[in-house]
Design a protein. Structure first.
Length: 261
């Protein structure tokens, strides 16, 4: 699902540091419902851009509703608050934190009213790109990567059971992909009343490229493959190659990708 802000005015040449976005979501080859969603808001004449990937909690009720609601709220709030012209790191951090908490409270209230046995919820990986910084906010195991100078770095740390095992050195990253509890996440938007997203600020490096994705991509690809694909000539070509690889390897989950070059 794409929610992209379109300019009604004449075309304005993008700034030299302006990113070009490409995004796509795919149901995969196994699931009957696509519970992923994504959005980006991008004006060439504005100083900041927003990108968001959400993944409804698999196996829970109305995960697709939760993920879509999250994206819709972000786009609406971004436009209403005119965040495209905001470059203040503190204001952007507050925006990301407030929007995620508001969506969490709304979903939690819906879950309480409907008394779900398995509350609906969603992961989120959101990034705001200014000319100087990248401000990220996430909950769950959807990820944000930076590619620069021939290296790839994961900017987000998964909130999951297996991620904690990897951090403690109990299992390897390769073992984490096939672990029987690899689907168990420790933080998400909606199921619990008091949830705090993790927010971080990174200096934007010259020439850096960015990838936001749901775990439907990362369960089927290695960091080395992601680096190879993200080194292609355009964000659309990189996206196409990654999507094709995830499907060839089984497409066991919904797959959502945003590339920004």
């Amino acid at each position: 699902m794409i929610m992209k802000k379109k300019s009604k005015s004449k075309r304005i040449p993008p700034k030299p540091d302006h990113l070009i976005f490409a995004g796509e979501t795919h149901i995969g080859l196994v699931r009957e419902v696509n519970e992923d969603c994504f959005c980006y808001v991008d004006y060439p004449q504005e100083s900041s851009s927003l990108a968001v990937v959400t993944d409804g909690i698999g196996g829970h009720q109305s995960g697709d509703i939760a993920s879509t609601l999250c994206c819709r709220r972000f786009v609406s709030a971004w436009k209403k608050k005119r965040m495209g012209n905001v470059s203040s790191v503190e204001k952007i951090k507050n925006f990301l934190n407030e929007q995620i908490i508001e969506v969490n409270n709304d979903l939690f209230a819906q879950n309480s009213r409907k008394n779900f046995d398995h509350p609906m919820g969603t992961t989120i990986a959101a990034a705001v790109f200014t000319s100087e910084n990248v401000i990220t906010a996430h909950a769950g195991d959807s990820r944000i990567y930076e590619v620069c100078d021939g290296k790839i770095q994961q900017l987000t740390q998964d909130h999951s059971f297996v991620a904690e095992l990897v951090q403690k050195g109990i299992i390897s990253e390769r073992e984490a992909k096939i672990h029987p509890f690899s689907h168990v996440i420790s933080r998400s938007v909606g199921p619990t009343e008091n949830m705090q997203p993790e927010i971080n600020v990174f200096k934007r490096k010259p020439g850096a490229r960015f990838l936001l994705c749901s775990d439907g991509l990362t369960i089927h690809t290695s960091k080395e493959q992601l680096l190879e694909f993200m080194s292609l000539d355009s964000p659309q070509n990189a996206l196409d190659k990654m999507m094709k690889e995830a499907l060839i390897q089984g497409g066991e989950d919904n797959i959502t990708i945003i590339c920004a070059f």
